[in-house]
Design a protein around this ligand. Structure first.
Ligand SMILES: [Zn+2]
Length: 445
């Protein structure tokens, strides 16, 4: 198996001449970043460089606060054949992420204090692990899970992701209850009656391919319902994996009305359209499905105008055996941690949709702000790897260093993830992680 190299940071380490981007502090400049015993000592042109210091030439590289993915599935406990917290963490580090929030649809479901603690206890030196607890017990939409206990054990949000909370009254109560802890309810928006048995986006192509379609309204109608419930309760709502124009619009309008709503999308929703499904490649089956051109355009606009706050991968590992079946029988989801930064840089920054700083906001600062990670206000989060998505003098360095000019071709065989299910095999991307710095160590491939 390929290994990641971990080097403990000792004494003075200087990242020299890198482009340091820190949106929280409105910094974007080529300068030096000095780390002493793992802590950020200074940012700026050092007058005298300690002759004993280890100097890392970062010329041409970008240095940002560590990237954070607030939506991954690491399959542990229960499906360690597809991914474990350790293998997922290696994939995260290789992709430039220093922290991830893990969705609760494991076996057993993350629905009480004990399982939250179990997930946290599996954290390795590669990546910070932040569990998301379930909204309802067993994700069965009958009874609320033990949210208070989970929060105190370290859950950073609640979600039944993979499934919607179909019962509106339970959703209302969840939003209401979560106000007490100021954590968001992450909504997987899907009207299951509209999406029933659907395998891809509804439209002419689905008809041609002989597959049942899922209309945009299956997502946007529930996003609208949840926005109303957020308004009713004052609770914090976060819309998961936005795929279509109508949902972007729901979020935009709700924000204008002052509703506490945030949203995320994934690289595949702005990189691919439903056209990718031609050829029935099971790798392109995701939920919600890949949409049309106009939807991709709306997602790009939503990213640009700030309607969509975060980019997440929805990293969903599946075993080869289970994924290699007929398209409409295949499980939904693709892995994403090791392709995310390259896809974002290539399709958002190089195209001028986002500035580098805006991209860093969506991949580092905003997700941590939404989950209240690193700002000390979330009492339940306890100690551990909690950074804020900002570069702060005197705090432990939590950084991502990447080469924005590196050109590479996606080869799933090189991935650190245990699974290989990606539709991006063979894609030529620009932008690749060089190293991450986390908890006093440099991690590199
Ligand atoms: Zn998911």
């Amino acid at each position: 198996m390929k290994e990641l190299k971990i080097q403990k940071l000792e004494g003075t380490v200087i990242l020299k001449n890198g482009r340091v981007i820190d949106p929280a502090n409105k910094r974007d400049e080529v300068t030096n970043l000095v780390i002493i015993d793992g802590k950020i000592e200074s940012i700026g042109k050092a007058g005298e460089i300690d002759p004993k210091a280890q100097v890392i030439d970062a010329t041409g590289l970008v240095i940002t606060p560590g990237l954070f993915d607030m939506h991954v599935h690491f399959r542990e406990p229960g499906r360690e054949d597809e991914e474990t917290i350790e293998t997922g963490s290696r994939a995260a580090a290789a992709g430039g992420f220093t922290g991830v929030a893990c969705m609760p649809n494991t076996t057993p479901v993350v629905e009480n204090q004990g399982i939250v603690q179990l997930v946290k206890s599996r954290q390795t030196a590669y990546c910070g692990i932040y569990p998301v607890g379930a909204v309802t017990k067993g994700l069965e939409c009958q009874e609320l899970a033990e949210m208070g206990d989970m929060f105190h054990a370290g859950a950073v949000a609640v979600s039944d992701d993979g499934k919607p909370v179909t019962n509106s009254n339970l959703m209302r109560r969840a939003l209401d209850y979560c106000r007490m802890f100021d954590i968001p309810v992450i909504s997987h928006c899907e009207d299951v009656f509209l999406s029933a048995d659907g395998a891809m986006n509804e439209g002419a192509l689905a008809t041609r391919l002989g597959l049942r379609g899922i209309p945009n309204a299956a997502e946007s109608s529930m996003a609208y319902r949840d926005a109303q419930l957020a308004a009713l309760t004052g609770g914090r709502l976060h819309i998961a994996h936005v795929s279509c124009a109508e949902t972007v619009d729901v979020v935009r309008q709700a924000k204008r009305r002052g509703i506490k709503i945030t949203a995320e999308t994934c690289p595949h929703y702005f990189t691919l359209t439903e056209e990718a499904v031609k050829g029935y490649s099971e790798m392109t089956r995701v939920n919600p499905p890949l949409r049309g051109k106009a939807d991709v355009q709306a997602i790009l606009e939503g990213l640009k105008d700030g309607t969509i706050d975060c980019i997440v991968t929805d990293h969903a590992p599946h075993s080869h055996e289970e994924k290699e079946v007929e398209f409409d029988q295949a499980p939904t989801g693709m892995i994403g941690l090791e392709t995310s930064l390259g896809l974002c840089w290539t399709n958002l920054v190089e195209t001028g949709v986002l500035t580098p700083s805006q991209l860093v906001e969506k991949m580092s600062l905003n997700p941590r702000n939404i989950l209240k990670i690193g700002n000390g206000s979330a009492a339940g989060h306890g100690a551990g790897l909690t950074t804020s998505g900002k570069l702060e003098i005197g705090k432990m360095a939590d950084l991502t260093v990447f080469d924005p000019k590196a050109k590479w071709t996606v080869d799933p065989e090189e991935f650190f993830s245990k699974s290989r299910n990606t539709p991006f095999k063979g894609f030529n991307l620009t932008g690749k992680t060089v190293m991450t710095v986390l908890d006093g160590s440099i991690i590199r491939t």
